[in-house]
Design a protein around this ligand. Structure first.
Ligand SMILES: NC(=O)c1ccc[n+]([C@@H]2O[C@H](COP(=O)([O-])OP(=O)(O)OC[C@H]3O[C@@H](n4cnc5c(N)ncnc54)[C@H](OP(=O)(O)O)[C@@H]3O)[C@@H](O)[C@H]2O)c1
Length: 298
């Protein structure tokens, strides 16, 4: 597809979000790279993106967005629509990892994690959908994880947040298809980004006193994940390819990983079972993609 898209990305200060922003912009798309506090905490990251935009004449714009604050999300979406006139792609990327034995994770830590990794996307999807509906086109893209399909002990709450996001994204995939709007998922494996350095550790250490050898699980998991990381640009390239795929031809799930755990097999079985469920419930036609807008681009 040669039409250029208008994309809004969350968590674009570092890692996948940053690479996705730069990659899409370098391929001629209009990009709104959103991040928390671009003026102070992310001053260097936002300045680097603006410098790049100037140097390479890219349509790459920085906006403030904290996905845990509804007003901030709505403000950024409004600014994007005011400047570009549309939103073709919303990329839900912002997130962080929480590690530790589940019993040592406080309720507050669990709630904060869900507020970013799950409710963040709830807010963004809800904010962009009225505009996409007006257009009769759009793509909601959700960066989940392999940990949204298999359970990693010592990271159970992170997995729960990504399983929740998988369910939301898949339900949107079915519900929005008739309006010409797609919802897709990218499931990255382990990649070298700031995610490992930014990991939050379970706070209630005393709870782990009786666990014996099992208390080492989080450290062993962390060591295994960081030992097998790939080049994060692979994820940005996969997102570019999805963005440039003709509307209606995009898959629900894309697995991108430097290692092969066999996750595609789970995706395949799930899609077969889902198809049977939709057919059994008489929902096949209601959940089939219908092209509403011939344009679908800026
Ligand atoms: N790297 C991997 O191995 C891997 C594998 C599977 C899935 N993922 C997922 O990929 C996504 C991106 O992670 P990454 O690996 O690129 O790590 P990263 O470099 O740490 O990026 C995470 C981004 O999320 C942002 N963020 C966190 N809380 C936010 C909030 N409340 N509002 C807005 N932005 C927020 C961070 O912004 P600040 O700069 O403000 O902190 C940062 O830009 C995450 O959802 C992660 O779970 C990563």
């Amino acid at each position: 597809m040669d039409l250029k898209q208008v994309a809004l990305i969350t968590g674009a200060s570092t890692g996948f979000g940053r690479l996705i922003a730069e990659t899409l912009a370098r391929h001629g798309h209009t990009v709104f790279a959103t991040m928390r506090d671009p003026v102070v905490c992310n001053a260097a990251n936002s300045a680097e993106l603006r410098t790049l935009a100037g140097k390479e004449s890219l349509s790459l714009h920085v906006l403030e967005m904290d996905v845990t604050e509804e007003a901030s999300v709505e403000r950024a979406v409004r600014a994007c629509v005011e400047q570009a006139g549309r939103i073709d792609v919303a990329i839900n990327n912002a997130g962080y990892a929480l590690v530790g034995l589940e019993e040592a994770v406080t309720v507050n830590q669990a709630r904060q994690l869900m507020d970013t990794n799950f409710y963040g996307s709830v807010r963004v999807d809800r904010a962009v959908l009225p505009q996409m509906r007006k257009q009769g086109s759009g793509l909601l893209l959700h960066i989940t994880s392999g940990a949204g399909r298999v359970v990693i002990p010592g990271a159970g709450f992170y997995c729960a947040s990504k399983f929740a996001l998988e369910a939301l994204a898949e339900s949107y995939h079915y519900e929005l298809a008739g309006q010409g709007i797609e919802s897709s998922i990218v499931q990255p494996g382990a990649y070298q980004t700031s995610v490992f350095g930014n990991m939050v550790k379970a706070a209630d250490y005393n709870r782990t006193d009786t666990y014996g050898a099992a208390a080492q699980i989080p450290d062993k998991v962390n060591a295994a994940l960081t030992a097998t990381t790939g080049n994060a640009q692979d994820v940005a390239d996969a997102v570019l390819s999805i963005v440039e795929t003709t509307p209606g031809k995009r898959q629900l799930r894309y697995r991108v990983s430097p290692t092969d755990l066999g996750l595609e097999a789970i995706n395949t079985v799930c899609s077969q079972v889902q198809a049977r469920l939709l057919e059994g419930f008489g929902l096949t036609s209601e959940t089939t993609f219908v092209q509403r807008s011939a344009a679908g681009g800026a």
